[in-house]
Design a protein around this ligand. Structure first.
Ligand code: NZQ
Ligand code: ZN
Length: 388
């Protein structure tokens, strides 16, 4: 049965190859002081930085720079960003980059006016903000996380060896996001395919849970087919605008809360992958690809019906003359072939994980209960060993 739910998406999107011009419509809604958040320099190399500075100046904004947001943003960087925002009394946090910049901007937004330590409050105690939240806007340059249209913010604490995501309420969602597929064309191939796998796995996390007849699962199947189709075109020709734009749009829908409405969700691949990330600082999508197949093969017997449906609906496996197990396994094999074609990480060793990390990674893995089997820590260790 489709469960009861509420649904609101608070982010205004501007999509397309001319979408940056809409920054001119958004900027007048906010005060003068803008904190410009970006990463390690890709936006300077592509010229996007200059374009954005020009638009900000034309709109009479005072710009306070906050560069150097690293992939998998750290708690130390969060403290730095909060300092910049407080010192300059900023009215808007403008993130230009990928999920790391968008997530970081959201984490800063709930921390600027917060008297407590944000790591302890939001990431250890999982409390909700009680302070005024500084608005966030995003210009997306890397596709995968869906951060442009959700309220998630993942922060890494290397000292505590924890990488934790907090999904905040609607009020933390970006007020607007600008999605121009052309910006993603300069991504190195490794980042492109990592993002593509991240999209696919976001859908899997919401699909592989529950057995009810649920509209969300039909939407998920369509999104999975779309991303598989477009990914193979983009892998051949990264400059194919049609494929890159479809991938960008799928990423947004994969994690803007729509496909989880009215149903349970799993998220264990992300829980394990994030803990791997805390130990290795590896690229997010690659941590997911490395553990996915061992995880799905482990839980397949407990959710056989759905894995069979996945094989037939997403991968076109013909069930005739086969057992349910055979059909389900053929689906996972087809997924494995696709992953290999994409060139994503197929094991944890290539991401720098060593045997001595396994116990710690399992300890740092949050166990969620929405999947087909509630894992024990020993199960997590077994999956990690299988992923090496
Ligand atoms: O820092 P720069 O120089 O900009 O380079 C970045 C970075 O090195 C580069 N890049 C981005 N756009 C580019 C580009 N290089 C060339 N041309 C461009 N157009 O790509 C690298 C990776 O960027 P990053 O933002 O780290 O990648 P991604 O978008 O995958 O974000 C990863 C972070 O998001 C979190 C992850 O855990 C990780 O911390 N996630 C956030 C989620 C959410 N908010 O809901 C959900 C996800 O599951 C995920 O956990
Ligand atoms: Zn993800």
């Amino acid at each position: 049965m489709l469960g009861n739910f509420s649904y609101k998406n608070a982010t205004k999107l501007y999509f397309g190859d001319d979408s940056l011009k809409y920054l001119n419509e958004e900027l007048p809604k906010y005060g003068k002081n803008v904190q410009l958040i970006y990463g390690g320099g890709s936006i300077k190399r592509t010229g996007l930085y200059d374009e954005i500075i020009k638009i900000l100046k034309e709109n009479g904004k005072e710009v306070f720079e906050d560069p150097g947001v690293m992939p998998n943003p750290t708690v130390e960087k969060l403290y730095e960003g909060v300092k910049i925002a407080r010192k300059n009394n900023v009215d808007l946090l403008l993130a230009v980059g990928g999920g790391s910049c968008c997530d970081y901007a959201k984490a800063v937004s709930v921390s600027v006016n917060c008297d407590e330590d944000p790591w302890d409050k939001y990431y250890i105690r999982f409390e909700e903000p009680t302070c005024e939240i500084v608005p966030v806007g995003c210009v997306l340059t890397m596709v995968g996380t869906g951060s442009e249209m959700n309220a998630g913010a993942v922060i890494t604490n290397h000292e505590q060896k924890l990488k934790i995501g907090h999904v905040f309420g609607d009020e933390v969602m970006p007020k607007f996001s600008i999605l121009n597929p052309l910006y993603t064309m300069t991504l190195p191939e490794r980042q492109m395919v990592s993002g593509i796998y991240d999209i696919f796995n976001h859908i899997c996390e919401q699909y592989f849970s529950g057995e009810d007849d649920n509209t969300s699962d039909y939407i998920s199947e369509a999104l999975m087919k779309s991303v598989v189709h477009s990914s193979l075109i983009a892998k051949e020709d990264p400059q194919d605008y049609e494929a890159r734009s479809n991938i960008m749009w799928t990423a947004t829908w994969a994690l803007n809360t729509l496909i989880s409405r009215g149903k349970s969700t799993d998220w264990m691949v992300h829980m394990i992958g994030q803990s791997v990330g805390a130990y290795t600082d590896a690229t997010h999508g690659m941590t997911l690809s490395a553990v996915s197949l061992p995880y799905y093969r482990f839980i397949m017997p407990y959710g056989l019906k759905k894995f069979k449906r996945f094989a037939e609906e997403v991968w076109g496996v013909c069930p005739e003359g086969k057992t349910d197990e055979q059909v389900a396994e053929e689906g996972l094999s087809a997924m494995e072939d696709w992953m290999k074609k994409l060139g994503v990480a197929m094991n944890l060793t290539e991401l720098g994980t060593t045997e001595d990390m396994i116990d710690g990674i399992a300890d740092g893995t949050f166990i969620l209960e929405g999947g087909y089997k509630v894992l024990t820590k020993d199960d997590v260790k077994a999956i990690l060993r299988e992923s090496m």
